[in-house]
Design a protein around this ligand. Structure first.
Ligand code: GLC
Ligand code: GLC
Length: 829
């Protein structure tokens, strides 16, 4: 079977060996404020904090050819013109390799005995991307090369950048310094904007530049053959409107065997209003050309850029920053590691699943090669889920995130479905009314406290809808979150669904035939609706139990007792009105008709309620959990994972909304929504069925992918959806990277299968593994305690612990306290 790359676990890299991957295989640079998306051919773009409002470089989504635009380098060697990443030239290379690592990417190409390697990364605490270009002459002749860089500026707002051309094509402005060594993008800087971007060569003089796209590329050329590159000569163009770019030109002479490094830096800076301009003062550089051709009062105060350029002007400084980044990842990935004979599981747990959790935490669902960065901010439920996969890495960031999320809640417990990362304000277009949302705040907060032991977060004063003066404690936010479900029950005493629950596409109250409406924002006719959700019922019982445990822990026994009654009532309601005989129902619709029942013609069984009700253990003692799990196997499972519902909808049911609008086998209509497979897997562990849990786990886990061509998207991260058994190409993946799948699979494998769970007091050891797994060791750092836990399974069991020896003495029960220091734990199943 054709493969396009392999895992290099030693270096924590995925190595791509063929640039023409079945889809661009990308990576993420930066991890706090300044970010970049980069494909295996150096396509992609950068932004500061918010992919919509601070887009720095331009990118064309879904274009022809695919993956158009990026940070490109061209080498004209007199014989041929080529790019180290193959694109955009697409000249056949003598060798190619792309190594995607933890927040860095290194792309190396060679041609005619010249090797060019570019290392891309964002140094810690820096608002810039470094591109370290190393060119080596591997021949025994002198080489004279012409090197061109290329990147295109975006006019800041990625949405209007693609539409408002009557304005955009006249507003572009740049400044050029040092003969083009530094190029500044300052569109709209004269007016309200207090930020600019720059692209600079920090360690060498340049021999020319271009800042106007048409002058560099040619109006009817494409990026594979810019006219300046073909001619081997820059035009030193100054952009006035149209499309500003940044391109440097360097003449490189290399003796046989010689190698040179060029440091390119793409940065972003903000200036306070009163310090925006270099007025009065003389700009540092005498060759400065402004768009007016003279010194004027709109010249940027470039102090901040100069500081960063100076800081990274030597190879030593760049290498040191790169090492710092690598050390940060050593540290981040050291909190949970596993050693076992299963190389594929090890690499997911130790490297790629954790990495993806950090990325989804940072980006929520905003920017990937499937999310254009203009559509969505941070999701309320999404971010809480992401946090659970990330909290062990940097707990302090998770803490801030919880406060930010809770601040978008309303006094009645409802909340904005999304908020913008730049402003942290709720998004009014989407609004609220997704009745599962509040429960997720409990889920996220509990995970944070169990990881850190930091109960003080509960006393933080947090506003409603970001309105100063409305603050109550975070604990109160949790209480009203819990109550929001209790106060919104339907005729069967099950939770009313509102606009939708976790399944954004099960829009039971929208009834839309309007071709101009979006299902997500269309009017929500919940008023008078009977639509109830079994997914929320299960989620409520699961997170409600967490809430009760928390209340007991902080001596709020009365509140715990009150909450427990509500949970008991919900369990009864599910058993009475939510069980279909062989599985849990999915919902009741607006009129009170069943959804996800054997009585239905299509969509007889849905995964979400099976997942949540089994995780919550509803009816475990009555055999309901086992029956529901068996039904998942029987009706939902396939070679590539479990589909969301079965049979797929083939007609449009107006009372169900978007779900039935999708073609059968895709997305929420019987696609394999990887996000909810782990719910059933955790359900399997509740039923103590380790072999079944494992089988489901490996079906959707990237490390087990065999057919890379079919799977299409990156083989090192989870995707949101894989085409289901009713689709044209079952097994074809889409929407990789930004998905709750990452966090859910992380807790599934680490806490529920390998069975190392953080608790308020320490660690609970509760493996539920395949009987073939005979031994493994987990290294876990929790607060100030460090554990080396070896689990032996000599008799091939699937669950249960018969003995735990902590630091040499046998203990009672299966919880070990997080006493500071190093501990050795030996577990026998
Ligand atoms: C997407 C959304 C998530 C939603 C899911 C199911 O993954 O990001 O919020 O729950 O789809 O519709
Ligand atoms: C679409 C997608 C769904 C996503 C929602 C929110 O409905 O199918 O997965 O959650 O949009 O943007």
């Amino acid at each position: 079977m054709k493969t396009f790359g392999f895992f290099d676990d030693q270096n924590r890299e995925y190595v791509i060996t063929d640039p023409a991957t079945p889809f661009p295989w990308i990576n993420y640079l930066g991890n706090e404020d300044f970010f970049g998306l980069i494909s295996n051919t150096a396509g992609g773009y950068n932004f500061y904090k918010d992919a919509k409002f601070r887009r720095i470089t331009r990118y064309r989504y879904n274009s022809v050819p695919m993956d158009n635009g990026g940070r490109y380098f061209y080498i004209n060697d007199g014989e041929s013109v080529w790019s180290p990443g193959w694109k955009p030239c697409k000249t056949k290379l003598d060798s190619y390799e792309c190594r995607h690592g933890m927040n860095y990417t290194r792309i190396t190409g060679s041609k005619n005995e010249v090797e060019a390697s570019v290392l891309f990364f964002v140094p810690l605490k820096t608002w810039a991307e470094i591109q370290k270009v190393t060119i080596k002459n591997t021949s025994n002749k002198v080489k004279r090369l012409k090197l061109f860089s290329y990147t295109e500026w975006c006019l800041w707002n990625a949405a209007t950048d693609g539409e408002n051309f009557q304005r955009n094509l006249s507003t572009g402005e740049v400044e050029i310094e040092n003969g083009g060594a530094a190029i500044y993008h300052k569109t709209e800087y004269k007016e309200r904007r207090n930020h600019y971007a720059y692209y600079a060569v920090t360690n060498a003089q340049v021999d020319g530049y271009d800042t106007d796209r048409e002058s560099f590329v040619g109006l009817y050329n494409d990026l594979s053959e810019p006219q300046c590159v073909t001619a081997g000569k820059p035009s030193n163009s100054v952009a006035h409107g149209w499309s500003p770019i940044a391109s440097q030109y360097i003449e490189v002479t290399l003796q046989p065997g010689e190698q040179k490094d060029y440091i390119f830096l793409l940065g972003y800076a903000e200036n306070a209003q009163e310090q925006k301009f270099a007025v009065g003062g003389t700009p540092a550089d005498s060759t400065l050309i402004t768009s007016l051709g003279t010194l004027d009062h709109t010249i940027i105060n470039k102090e901040k850029a100069h500081e960063v350029i100076a800081r990274f002007s030597t190879v030593e400084a760049v290498d040191a920053a790169y090492n710092e980044l690598r050390q940060m990842w050593d540290e981040l990935l050291s909190k949970y590691t596993v050693k076992s004979d299963d190389e594929r599981m090890n690499r997911m747990v130790n490297i790629w699943n954790q990495y993806q959790c950090m990325i989804t935490f940072n980006f929520s669902r905003s920017a990937s090669f499937f999310e254009s960065g203009v559509g969505r901010g941070m999701g309320f439920r999404d971010s809480n889920q992401d946090l659970v996969g990330f909290v062990h890495q940097v707990p302090s960031r998770a803490r801030q995130r919880i406060i930010d999320i809770a601040s978008t809640q309303f006094p009645d417990g409802g909340c904005y479905h999304q908020y913008q990362p730049l402003t942290k304000r709720g998004n009014n277009d989407i609004g609220g009314g997704f009745n599962d949302d509040p429960c997720w705040l409990i889920f996220g907060t509990v995970a944070y406290i169990k990881e850190t032991g930091d109960f003080s977060i509960l006393d933080e004063m947090v506003p409603f809808d970001n309105q100063p003066g409305t603050e109550v404690t975070l604990f109160d936010h949790l209480r009203i979150s819990f109550n929001h479900v209790v106060e919104n029950l339907g005729p069967h005493m099950l939770p009313l669904i509102g606009r939708a629950d976790w399944n954004d596409c099960l829009n039971l109250n929208c009834f839309s035939w309007d071709p101009n409406e979006s299902f997500q924002t269309t009017e929500n006719n919940s008023e008078g609706s009977k639509a109830e959700s079994l997914m929320i019922a299960g989620l409520f019982v699961l997170t409600g139990k967490q809430y009760v445990e928390l209340c007991n822990k902080i001596a709020r026994g009365e509140e715990a007792a009150r909450a427990q009654k509500c949970i008991d009532a919900m369990v009864e309601a599910v058993k009475k009105h939510g069980w279909d005989g062989e599985w849990y129902l999915r919902a009741y619709d607006y009129y009170g008709n069943k959804i996800g029942s054997n009585e239905c013609e299509e969509g007889k069984i849905f995964i979400e309620s099976q997942g949540f009700c089994t995780m919550a253990g509803i009816g475990l003692e009555d055999g309901m959990v086992d029956r529901a799990l068996d039904s998942c196997k029987k009706y939902l499972d396939s070679k590539h994972g479990m589909v969301l519902n079965h049979p797929a909808f083939t007609k449009y049911y107006v009372e169900m909304g978007e779900i039935s609008s999708y073609p059968a086998g895709y997305k929420e209509n019987a696609g394999i929504f990887c996000h909810n497979n782990p719910w059933v897997i955790i359900g399997e562990t509740v039923a103590r069925r380790g072999n079944d849990a494992w089988e489901h786990y490996t079906k959707i886990c990237p490390a087990w992918i065999e057919d890379q061509t079919l799977h299409k998207v990156e083989p090192y991260v989870y995707c949101q959806m894989v085409a289901g058994k009713d689709a044209a190409k079952p097994g074809e993946g889409k929407n990789s990277w930004l998905t709750g799948t990452a966090a859910w699979n992380w807790i599934t494998i680490t806490q529920y299968i390998l069975g190392i769970k953080p608790t308020y007091d320490g660690i609970e050891i509760d493996p539920c593994i395949p009987s073939t797994l005979k031994e493994y060791t987990v290294h876990r750092v929790l607060r100030d305690a460090e554990f080396d836990i070896t689990i032996k399974n000599p008799n091939g069991k699937q669950s249960g612990v018969s003995q735990i020896v902590l630091d040499g003495s046998a203990i009672e029960g299966n919880i070990i306290t997080a006493t500071p220091g190093h501990h050795v734990v030996e577990v026998t199943m």
